[in-house]
Structures are given as structure tokens and as C-alpha cells.
Design a protein around this ligand. Sequence first.
Ligand code: SF4
Length: 486
Amino acid sequence: MLLNLSGEVWENYLLITKMKNITLIQPRHNYAPQEGFWHIYLSAPLLSFKARLLKVLGNTKIDYLDANFSAPDYSKLDWIVWINLVWAPYIPEVLKIIEKLNDDVDIILWWQIISSLTEEEFYKIFNQKRKRVINGNIDKNIEDLFWLEIWILPKVENINLIKSYQDIQGEQMKLYLEREFSLYLSQWCKYNCSFCQAVKWVPEIYRDFDMLKQELIYLSNRAKSLWIHTLKFYLSNLDILQTPNNFEKYLYTISEVIDNTWIKFDFRWLCGVESFLDVYNNNYDLLIKAKNLWLTSIWFWIDWATPEVWKSIWKWQNYKSLWKEKVFNEQEKSLEVIKLTSELWITPETLMVFWHPWETDESLKLAYEFSKEMYEKYGSIPRPHISKTIIPWAKAWYEKQNQDIVNSFIENPEYFQALDYTALPSELTHSDTNLRRLARKWYKKICNLDPINSTKYIIPDTPVYREIAYRLWKTITELNLGKFDR
Ligand code: SF4
């Protein structure tokens, strides 16, 4: 059984799908200038959804509109519009798109964390003026809108995106393939760091390697036809060496693709210190193989502060050792992975998500000194990010004492921008004035360690900082041109 509909209803449905279009929208980057191609980035999640839908809806026309190319004419969209909400700071952008759409359009918002909003919160943010906005993470909503049973949609692990890529025209595809883009390889993480919004504490799940191979061969041939000889990927894995067996299969797959197509790959990963050391000590050849297949940089989840802070955020893997043969002191694991990576001639990057409410001047200073030392000794690029404790999904979002702050976000959705991990601390995210001042000071110092390559900060759009945010907006935009997750 494909769809649970009677023959007549199904035929009517197919008739509608031939006459009308489903439109998938990638919103313009929230720090992009009004015009220009500054934030071109191929969005794997949106195109995966298109590929899954096409498997079920056959010949239905599904358009993919990327507002980073040019502002779509929203008034022409007439049926179902699917918007990639990306993450919390995009909420103000998405609300602007919703306002421009016709009243009779069904709007689906898609974003993992949106499911963490209560029904009432969702209603207040998105449904006050427009009734037909639904949460695309709820299976029942998708079933009702597309008249299908959710189980017939293929799982994201079991498809390739070739059909989605085929619909992207020459010049647009060229601009995508010339830049780094995300490649879906795995999802989920076995660790359980308290601040993290990933799907965690579950085994990592990989996609089907045959599908991956077909997709990479297609992308390589398409790139070559556009005179592009290197494809730059940012792999989706949250901790790439968490399941080394799968990673080995991935390397085998890409070496087969390279043998077939002679394309060059350039890829970078996110990696946890524990997984790296495990592979380094027990499967060193795997790292050499990855390096020979053009692994260029590794972001390490240092999230460095002090063991006390790591304990508070449940990041035991950064200060405890599971290996009997080696006992690490408190800071040694972080230092070691960066050193070993640079000795392999791979660029390390020091990823920090910290500035938690329980930090002190001392812990913040240590973070700065660690970033500085790693940068100066090993060329490890600083990637500082500011933890946002009261954020949908996190425990603090639901706690009684934080409801005034939560309500500020709900009643003023433009404040969601302040939840950007690169936005400086604000009165909504760090209510302690002294900690806010210290966090700003040390965060900016880390950002300035490498004026070209380090992560750049953003000014939050909240009542206290709004005036300064508007005054500095042009500079902030310029500093962040072309940056997505760096
Ligand atoms: S290791 Fe990284 S992805 Fe996994 S839970 Fe911790 S912060 Fe999140």
C-alpha cells in the first residue's frame, strides 16, 4: 500500500499535484547584505527532504528556492511552502517570509528544535496572524498535509540526493560546487553534553554507503562538467571517529569514487578528543589514510574551561581517561589532540562552546590562554562560541524561574537572534552583569587572536544592545561575509 487513500481521492490528489507546486525555501542568511551572493551554501537537509518526497510523490513539481541568490517572488507561491528554519536565530528571518506569503498557502516550518517549543509557544510565535503554519517535525502534520502515511517516506539514510541536484541549474550549481558544502554522512552522538542541542546519548547512525557512492560520483561528474576539480565538504558527523568501522567504510567509498572520477576532495570534520585519541592509539593507519584522502582540518570539541566546568556540562570525556595504559591529567587530552593533529600536518581548530553561567574570571582567562597557546604553538584556529543556556530544547528553557526570559523571546521573536552561539552575551542570555562583562572581554580577545580566520562575533539584538547592534551592523555583516559555521 502506498497511500492510505481511496482511488478517487488519490486521483484528485495527483491532479492537484500536477497543477500546483510544492516549494522548498532556504531563507537568506541572517547576516547577509540585502543583495549579492555572499552566503551561497548547498543545504543538504532541504535537498534530502526533496529527494524523500520525490520518491513518494513521483511527478509532483517540487521547486527549491534559495533566497541567497535572489529574493523569491513569494506572492506567486500557491500551495505548500516548506521553509528550512535552520536554527533559532533564523526565526526573525522566517517570520518576514511568512508575512509575504499568500493567506491560503500552507506553510511548513522545519527545524529539529522547533519541536521543543510547546504548542502554545509555537502558536504565539507563528500562528497569531497566520493560521496555516505547521510544525514539520511532527509526523502527523506531514501525513495530513501530503495525504500520506509517514512510514512510506524513505529514511534519510537510505536515499541519495541525485534527483534533487539534477533540478539545480548550471550557474547556480556551479556557485554551490565551487564552495564548501555539507555532506550528509551520519547523525546523532553517543555523548550527552548538557548544553548541546544535537540528538545525543544515542548511537551514531550512518547512511547507506552505496547511496553515498552514487551521489558522490554524480557530484564529481557534475563538478568536472563545470570545470571544477576540487569538491570541498563539511561532513555532517558530530564526532567523526566515534564509530571507526563506519569511518573506514566511508574512506573506502571515497577512494573508489576518486579512482572512478579523478576528482579531488577536500574535507573537514568535527571530532571529539576521546574518539581521536582512541583512533590515534589503536588505529593510526586510519588517520594516515584519511590524510592521504585530503582531510584538511579537524574541529575539536574542546569546550575548554576547567574540569569543574566540564563536570557541570557533563563533558567527562574531556578530562577522564578510559585507557588503562595512559592516565591523562586534567588538561592533557585537549592539548594532546591538537598537538598530534598538527604533527600530522592537518590543521586543528579549537572549538569552544562555553561561557556557561557558572564560569569565573579565572576559567574564562584559562580558556583564552589555552586558545592562544594552541594557536601560537600549533596553528590551531580559534573557534569560540558562547553557550546559550536558556534555549529551546535545553532544560533551562522549561524551568519555572526562567519563564520571564522565555516569554521575552516568545513575545519578541526578533530576540531569538541573540541565541546565535557567536552573539555576544546579552541580558537575556547572561543575566549576571559581571559575568556578561567578563565573558564579552575574553570572548572578543579569543576572536581577535587570528583576525582573518577566527570566528567572528555578532552583536545581539536585545533591548540593551539594540542601539549598538544597529550602529555596528554594517561592520558585523562585513566581518561575517561568506561565513556559515566558522
Ligand atoms: S560530543 Fe559534541 S555532539 Fe556529542 S553531545 Fe557533546 S557537544 Fe554534543
